[in-house]
Design a protein around this ligand. Structure first.
Ligand SMILES: N[C@@H](CCC(=O)N[C@@H](CS)C(=O)NCC(=O)O)C(=O)O
Length: 230
């Protein structure tokens, strides 16, 4: 018999790929448990806390983040965030064909953007070879800023799940790479609106978020391995 209980979200004890999922669940008032794995300190940066469980959780493609909801066990951050919407608030996926298509496109855009952003933050040093990633990140930030001059949210006037992914990415860039909220008023306005969503505000000002703040990145990262104080 599968044990009933709250949704379990397994991830490193960082914000990383899980924070947008946590923020969405907070927004929706979903009861969940953070199963946190702690990476060890350098120079080994042990992943043992995770590796000792990795292959015994019943995951077909074991990875972090994972979600366990009774018999449903999945990995892949995009699948997880979409699962939460399907289960609790399908309109956050979009409500008609053109919105579904647009939101799916944004999911891919943000995922690729996050990958290059993470490469910049985890690289032991920035070399000329990183220019293409830097240019990509800057270009997407600029595109989001332009879009958000005329739209309230990324997909238009209605909130969708990609806004949780986007705002978390922008927050990390602003805190760790470049003060983009000062540079682009539209991004500042968007961030302020997202943080003013009542349950998001409650979460971001709660002990859960502020007492033992999670760093954006894991111990091995060049930037963001320690929590940022705001
Ligand atoms: N495509 C996956 C990437 C997951 C991934 O790269 N996870 C990293 C942390 S961000 C990890 O440490 N995974 C554990 C592992 O590889 O065993 C997703 O979007 O969830």
């Amino acid at each position: 018999m599968e044990k009933k209980g709250p949704i379990v979200l397994g991830y490193w004890n960082i914000r990383g790929l899980a924070e947008s999922i946590r923020m969405l669940m907070e927004h929706l008032g979903v009861t969940y448990k953070d199963e946190l794995y702690q990476q060890g300190p350098g120079p080994e940066f042990s992943r043992e806390s995770w590796l000792k469980q990795k292959f015994s959780l019943g995951l077909d493609f074991p990875n972090l983040p994972y979600l366990i909801d009774g018999p449903i066990k999945i990995t892949e951050s995009n699948a997880i965030i979409r699962y939460i919407c399907h289960k609790f608030e399908p309109k956050l996926l979009g409500t008609k064909l053109e919105e579904w298509a647009y939101v799916d496109m944004l999911t891919g855009v943000i995922y690729d953007f996050n990958k290059d952003k993470a490469d910049l933050m985890y690289a032991p040093e920035i070399t000329p070879a990183h220019k293409v990633k830097q240019d990509h990140v800057n270009d997407v930030v600029k595109k989001f800023a332009k879009m958000l001059e005329t739209k309230k949210f990324l997909a238009g006037e209605k909130l969708t799940y990609v806004d949780f992914m986007c705002v978390e990415s922008l927050d990390s860039i602003n805190d760790l790479l470049e003060p983009i909220f000062d540079k682009y008023p539209s991004l500042k306005r968007y961030y302020t609106d997202m943080m003013a969503l009542p349950n998001v505000h409650k979460y971001r000002t709660s002990d859960k978020f502020t007492k033992n703040p999670k760093p954006y990145n894991n111990m091995v990262a060049r930037v963001g391995a320690a929590p940022v104080k705001k």
